[in-house]
Design a protein around this ligand. Structure first.
Ligand code: GLU
Length: 480
């Protein structure tokens, strides 16, 4: 029985990496006649947002990846949102403490900082020094009675090794002395990723844990946790990480990583899935274009290659073109109407240009930057992006700070943008008008536009983000 899961944390825009992992899990589930679970890992309360959860659900839905169980569709193993499972984690952590496989640690943050400093100065391995590992019961009771805050840590054996058997890599061996006494339960009573993830994978009867390579160093802790509970371990499959051209881990500085970007820019979901499936996997006949159903038929682990696959927008764009050209003209027209020139978009743009058009055809020129992908910057525009007394290089930095502000926002509506960008101006000690003109030019390519924030709201976060990136790159090439 195949039961797999995709377990995103709703702490930002829906990421291409989430779609990549969801895709391979979907294929495994379909092929094995099993189930795919969507589990929302929102134990980081400070960074998780319901809006981001919804965006993840929408983006995966856009791609046509469906799941059998999840917070939106329910299922017999729920709840599927970790924030609703606190009691389960607490109960399980108590089991570990009782068995002696985990212990309460009363160390203060100050003490932990001192330990770390000591390790740094003396070039020792980092990690908890085991101060509370063997506290006697009377002392523990005293601390509890005195309401001293505590975390619960996993008691990792000091010697020996822990072996992770990865289906793609074979045995990966970790020295236990390199494995930290991982915090399982935080002082606020919330579980860490490690505890919640393992408890849920077990209780949800997950048979194959297929996730990104970056988690492999966490897996020995998970193997030890399964052992401590006395549970059977699932199969581990760590997929190669997506990379930027150049080899670093995929990041929004080099590539758009939000699925919303690809949807808004008019990539076809079929092409996106096709491209993601080629990241580390290939068809037996090596053909480039194939559908999700074809992948389900042909998928085997032995065709996964572990060399870091490069997520290359130019190749994705090429493949998208192939998909577009193989569809009928009717289908293309339909997509242009639903995805590009739809009523919602026209209704959003028209009020901004109402006062500015004398003939209907003026609309085409005046609204062009609402529909175009990238914009270009002529000399005049370039000059306007550089605030008085600043160098282009500094202007690029300012726009990077603007991009960062937008990244942190769930939605870029007029009011919150105005507030956040004014605050940024104060922080950077730039007068608002010297900040807003460069932003206006960066996101539209023009100096004269309808009101800036209204315009940006209609452009949407993804387009603004991408054009800011384009403007930053452009400014870096300008003579200083
Ligand atoms: N919540 C983790 C993430 O955001 C899940 C990792 C895993 O699949 O175990 O990637």
């Amino acid at each position: 029985m195949v039961r797999v899961r995709v377990a995103p944390s709703p702490t930002g825009d829906p990421h291409v990496g989430t779609a990549y992992i969801a895709l391979f899990n979907y294929v495994l589930a379909k092929q094995g006649g099993g189930q795919l679970v969507l589990r929302i890992e929102d134990t980081d309360q400070a960074r998780s947002r319901p809006e981001w959860e919804q965006m993840i659900i929408d983006a995966l839905g856009w791609l046509g990846l469906t799941w059998d169980e999840g917070p939106d569709v329910g299922g017999p193993y729920g709840p599927y949102r970790q924030s609703e499972r606190s009691a389960i984690y607490r109960e399980h952590v108590d089991m570990l403490v009782e068995k002696g496989a985990a212990y309460r640690c009363f160390c203060t943050p100050e003490r932990l900082a001192e330990v770390r400093e000591h390790q740094k100065v003396n070039k020792l391995d980092f990690g908890y020094d085991g101060h509370c590992r063997d506290l006697d019961l009377a002392q523990v009771k005293k601390n509890l009675d005195a309401d001293i805050p505590f975390v619960v840590r996993l008691k990792v054996p000091k010697d020996g090794q822990t072996t992770v058997h990865d289906e793609l890599r074979g045995d990966v061996v970790f020295e236990n002395k390199q494995v930290d006494d991982q915090v399982l339960l935080k002082s606020d009573g919330m579980p860490t990723y490690h505890l919640a993830n393992v408890v849920d994978d077990h209780l949800m009867e997950i048979s194959h844990v297929m996730r990104a390579e970056e988690w492999i160093t966490s897996t020995p802790k998970h193997v030890l946790l399964y052992g401590a509970f006395g549970w059977e371990i699932p199969k581990w499959i760590h997929m190669p990480l997506l990379r930027n051209p150049g080899g670093s881990k995929i990041s929004k500085r080099k590539n758009p990583v939000s699925l919303n970007y690809y949807r808004d820019a008019g990539f076809l979901p079929e092409a996106m899935l096709n491209y993601l499936s080629r990241m580390g996997w290939s068809m037996p006949d090596e053909r480039e274009k194939f559908s999700l159903e074809e992948m389900v038929k042909e998928f085997t682990f032995d065709r996964i290659s572990l060399g870091g696959p490069v997520f290359d927008i130019a190749k994705l764009t090429w493949l998208n073109g192939v998909w577009i050209r193989e569809q009928s003209v009717e289908k293309l027209v339909e997509r242009i109407k639903t995805d590009l020139f739809n009523d919602a978009t026209l209704n959003a743009i028209a009020p901004l240009l109402h006062e500015r058009v004398d003939k209907l055809e003026d609309f085409v020129e005046k609204a062009a930057y609402f529909f175009a992908g990238d914009v270009t910057y002529d000399d005049e525009a370039t000059k306007a992006m550089v605030p008085k007394n600043k160098q282009p290089k500094e202007a690029a930095k300012i726009l990077a700070a603007v991009a960062e502000v937008l990244d942190g926002m769930v939605k870029i509506d007029v009011a919150s943008m105005e507030q956040s960008l004014r605050e940024l101006g104060e922080r950077l000690e730039i007068e608002a008008k010297y900040l807003f003109m460069p932003i206006r030019v960066a996101v539209t390519g023009r100096k004269a536009t309808p009101p800036l924030f209204e315009t940006m709201e209609v452009l949407g976060k993804e387009r603004c983000r991408r054009r800011l990136r384009g403007a930053i790159e452009h400014l870096k090439t300008v003579k200083q």
